[in-house]
Design a protein. Structure first.
Length: 336
């Protein structure tokens, strides 16, 4: 099927001619420190930031003496395309990927560090847009961009490091699932994969799916809520539900059994999938970048708001769907 012969429900074809952007100064014109001044100017730091940008390192309050730390790297052409996403979207996505990892440990975010590498001819407007998106997503959870670094590069690269606090709780790791636990998911799954499929075919609609690819909406508060409820293991669904639960199964030494009938297919996925020749459940099982949370809980636990039971933990190894290994790649993996 080609885009000219058929479009997804409600879709419109993308224009072949990109619109011309207004001319703006390039990064080489203002330099490293000029860029830093632009993206930090007039930004208000939250109380947890004891010392923000401007010194050799930031100082961030960690109330219980421990810091949860994670980092994600986004590379233009691999993780994002600026003809598909606005710079603000890329900035939000870079931050969301890290904040979801903090939530998956049962922690709450306390600060963000940003590493940025960009070609000398990158428009300053693009980099300011990235920064605006980062601050926008950071404000969702009440943290700030406390510092970072800038370098020249032939490719635009955004690296974000997130810090978090466990608030006195034990971290919820990947190795705690036990036979008898239930498996539950909180947040959207399959939406970003559907949006990517739409964009790959040359369309820009349905907008709700394309937007899901551009900017994920992780359930940040669900991570600490799951920890409070007694979650035995938890993971951020970044590479695909089957792939990520595979890490939980391997680290915990168990088998995870999922049921197809436990997944309610959203209407928008069900509408678009036939036009693209896809089973929407496949998007939900293997699609990444929604940054939902998957967790295991002892049987009988009252699941926190938003979590839906989709399977069980049993003796054995691996992840199966309706008792059978999944036919196909379980998700995304770099280099393979």
């Amino acid at each position: 099927m080609s885009p000219s012969s058929r479009t997804p429900s409600g879709a419109t074809e993308a224009s072949d001619t990109p619109s011309e952007a207004d001319e703006t100064p390039a990064l080489a014109t203002i330099g490293e420190f000029g860029l830093i001044e632009r993206v930090t100017r007039d930004r208000v730091q939250p109380p947890a930031t004891l010392l923000g940008p401007g010194d050799d390192a930031a100082v961030v309050a960690q109330p219980d003496g421990r810091a949860v730390a994670c980092v994600d790297v986004l590379v233009e052409g691999v993780h994002f395309r600026l003809d598909w996403s606005a710079p603000e979207d890329v900035g939000r996505k870079a931050v969301a990927a890290n904040l979801a990892d903090v939530a998956a440990m049962g922690a709450v975010p306390t600060g963000l560090l940003v590493g940025l590498a960009a070609p000398r001819d990158t428009p300053v407007e693009t980099l300011e847009g990235l920064a605006t998106g980062m601050w926008t997503e950071a404000e969702v959870v009440g943290v700030g961009l406390v510092g970072g670094d800038v370098a020249s590069s032939p490719t635009l690269v955004v690296s974000v490091t997130a810090l978090g606090s466990l608030e006195g709780r034990a971290p919820v790791t990947r190795d705690g699932a036990r036979p008898g636990d239930v498996v539950a998911v909180c947040g959207r799954i399959g939406w970003a994969a559907a949006g990517l499929a739409v964009l790959t075919r040359g369309f820009r609609a349905p907008g709700v799916l394309v937007d899901a690819h551009r900017v994920p909406t992780p359930p940040y508060a669900a991570g600490p809520a799951a920890a409070h409820a007694g979650a035995t293991a938890m993971i951020d669904v970044s590479d695909g539900l089957l792939a990520d639960l595979g890490h939980v199964a391997a680290d915990s030494g168990v088998r995870i059994e999922l049921r197809r009938d436990a997944f309610a297919v959203p209407d928008r996925l069900a509408e678009v999938a036939p036009a693209l020749g896809v089973d929407p459940i496949d998007w939900m099982l293997t699609g990444g970048e929604d940054h939902a949370l998957a967790a295991t809980f002892p049987a009988g636990t009252t699941l926190p708001a938003g979590f839906v039971e989709v399977g069980a933990v049993v003796e054995g190894e691996g992840v199966v769907v309706d008792g059978e290994p999944y036919a196909g790649a379980p998700g995304w993996e770099h280099f393979t």
